[in-house]
Design a protein around this ligand. Structure first.
Ligand code: UDX
Length: 413
């Protein structure tokens, strides 16, 4: 089948390559010409494991011309970003694409919304824009919602081996067409209406966020009792109803998805007149964890003014250069507010962090360790090889080797 993918970010690139790998003819659209020319050369602008190899093995056509992307394609995936203002998705790009796409759609084609949006958005915002040209959904073209569940650093693997495919369908014919497109993927395909599919994405990420805040809360209680929360979580995880994943207590969740999806669901819940108290607490607790880390540090060094504090880990999780909503941002901001000098190290994310904090020191891990105290904020494997002897370490991510420090404090253990 000929497929167009609009937006060459994580979602678009992973969608394009996974569909190309199943033998579909894919054309990828983006407005960023530099990004397109890299993709055309088989380079991965996002540095996702396996992506460059997949692009070389299953090339996708690229274009910055929307008409060219839409012409002759039967299915159009809208994958443009919606990250924006802190409590709402920014629909500007989705709206622009939908408004322009409507008049270009050939009869019987299907538009698939993959961009993350809150429940009701496709029906109330996107469909009216697609219909501006006078063509009607359900008669002239079809609409589906097909959320993605990709992690940064695992985007291609997640796209090729999904746990489930969610298809929100307006019209059955489009839902069937999309299901046929996914036939080569070995997982359950679940069909539902448009807003339920939108909710599956928001609810899934909010649940993951809640699981992390839950174990962080248990961890904070464990710390007060002198209990190791990791021992507790590991034992809890053997219950298949609980599971082992997402029970790593520490400084909390960051990244481009969990915090944003949680806040967007809270805001849209309030809009429909429901105060989502559990979700609100999930967020509050997450904001509290970095503050707890600073408090622990101050229990050893009460006045941070003029002190040199090392920060190990700046990325929002290991093995990425991504610092979006990284916990390190709040930690470094708090340290600077206290008058501390920050010596930071991250194996991959120093360049991106430098764009946010130009005036702190960046260097090797040894340089960061050469400080009055060290905070471990991201659990890179490399941090298990460092020499912590004689240091004061506040560990937010459970790095076992750091226990050899002169003073060692785990955030939740
Ligand atoms: C997440 C979802 O996992 C993915 O399904 C969705 O499509 C996009 O958002 P991602 O943001 O790449 O993926 O990272 P993830 O691995 O989920 O981690 C998010 C944050 O939670 C990180 O800051 C991580 O350090 C933190 N985390 C994760 C914990 O603090 N404890 C855990 O047990 C797991």
């Amino acid at each position: 089948m000929r497929i167009s993918v609009i937006g060459a970010g994580y979602v678009g690139l992973a969608t394009a390559t996974s569909m190309a790998s199943k033998g579909h003819e894919v054309i990828l659209h983006d407005v960023d010409e530099q990004r397109l020319s890299a993709i055309e050369k088989g380079q991965d602008p996002l540095d996702e494991p396996g992506m460059a190899e997949a692009l070389a093995a299953y090339p996708v056509a690229v274009t910055n011309n929307l008409s060219e992307a839409i012409a002759n394609a039967e299915v159009h995936f809208i994958c443009v970003g919606t990250a924006g203002a802190s409590w709402h998705y920014d629909l500007k790009s989705v709206e622009l694409v939908a408004a322009a796409m409507g008049r270009l759609l050939s009869p019987g084609s299907t538009v698939v919304i993959k961009s993350t949006v809150v429940p009701g958005t496709t029906e109330t915002v996107i469909m009216p824009l697609l219909q501006l040209s006078g063509k009607k959904v359900g008669t002239d073209f079809g609409v589906c919602v097909n959320p993605e569940f990709l992690g940064v650093g695992t985007a291609l693997r997640n796209a090729l081996h999904p746990d489930r495919i969610i298809i929100g369908q307006w019209d059955e014919r489009s839902g069937d067409k999309l299901a046929a497109l996914y036939r080569g993927f070995n997982c359950p395909i679940l069909k539902m209406d448009l807003k339920s599919a939108e909710m599956v994405k928001c609810a899934s990420n909010s649940f993951l966020a809640a699981k992390i805040s839950f174990i962080n809360e248990i961890g904070n209680i464990c710390k007060a009792f002198g209990i190791d929360v990791y021992e507790v979580a590991s034992a809890m995880g053997h219950d298949p109803r609980i599971g082992h994943k997402f029970l790593n207590a520490g400084t909390g969740f960051g990244g481009s998805c969990l915090p944003k999806d949680l806040r967007a669901l809270i805001a849209s819940s309030r809009r429909v007149g429901y105060e989502p108290e559990i979700l609100e607490h999930v967020l509050t607790l997450n904001e509290e964890q970095p503050r707890r880390m600073i408090k622990l540090l101050k229990s050893h060094i009460p006045d941070l003014n003029g002190k040199v504090i090392g920060v190990l880990g700046l990325a929002f999780k290991p093995n990425t250069t991504d610092v979006r909503e990284s916990v390190a941002v709040s930690i470094v901001a708090a340290l600077l507010k206290e008058g501390a000098r920050v010596r930071a190290h991250d194996p991959g994310a120093m360049a991106s962090f430098q764009k946010l904090f130009a005036d702190i020191e960046y260097g090797t891990a040894a340089h960061a360790l050469d400080s009055d105290a060290v905070l471990i904020v991201t659990e890179w494997d490399e941090f298990e090889q460092l020499d912590y002897c004689g240091k004061i370490v506040i560990d937010g991510r459970r790095v076992m080797k750091a226990r050899e420090a002169l003073v060692y404090e785990g955030l939740c253990w």
